[in-house]
Design a protein around this ligand. Structure first.
Ligand code: SF4
Length: 78
C-alpha cells in the first residue's frame, strides 16, 4: 500500500451508540472497546467493500474513512 492509498478510519466515539454493526461488518478494521463503543483497529487502513459498508451503515454517521493525502472523504459517500 503506497502512502497515497493509505486511508485513515475515524470513529466519533461521542456519537457512537454501540450497535456493533461496524465491527460485525468490518472486523478487520473496527472493533468495540471495553466501553462498548467502536474503535479503529489500526492507524491506517486499505479500502475494502466491508470497510466502506461499515461506514455507510452506521446509524449515527460516526465513522469516516479519509484519504489524508488529499483530505478526501472516501466513505461514507455523500
Ligand atoms: S455502527 Fe456506528 S454506532 Fe454502531 S458501533 Fe459502529 S460506530 Fe458505533
Amino acid at each position: 500500500m503506497s502512502a497515497a492509498d493509505e486511508l485513515v478510519v475515524t470513529v466519533d466515539r461521542a456519537r457512537c451508540v454501540g450497535t456493533g454493526l461496524c465491527a460485525a461488518t468490518a472486523p478487520g478494521d473496527l472493533t468495540l472497546g471495553a466501553d462498548g463503543r467502536a474503535l479503529a483497529r489500526h492507524r491506517t487502513a486499505a479500502l475494502s467493500a466491508e470497510l466502506a459498508e461499515a461506514a455507510e451503515m452506521c446509524p449515527v454517521e460516526a465513522i469516516a474513512v479519509l484519504r489524508p493525502a488529499t483530505g478526501e472523504q472516501v466513505a461514507p459517500a455523500y
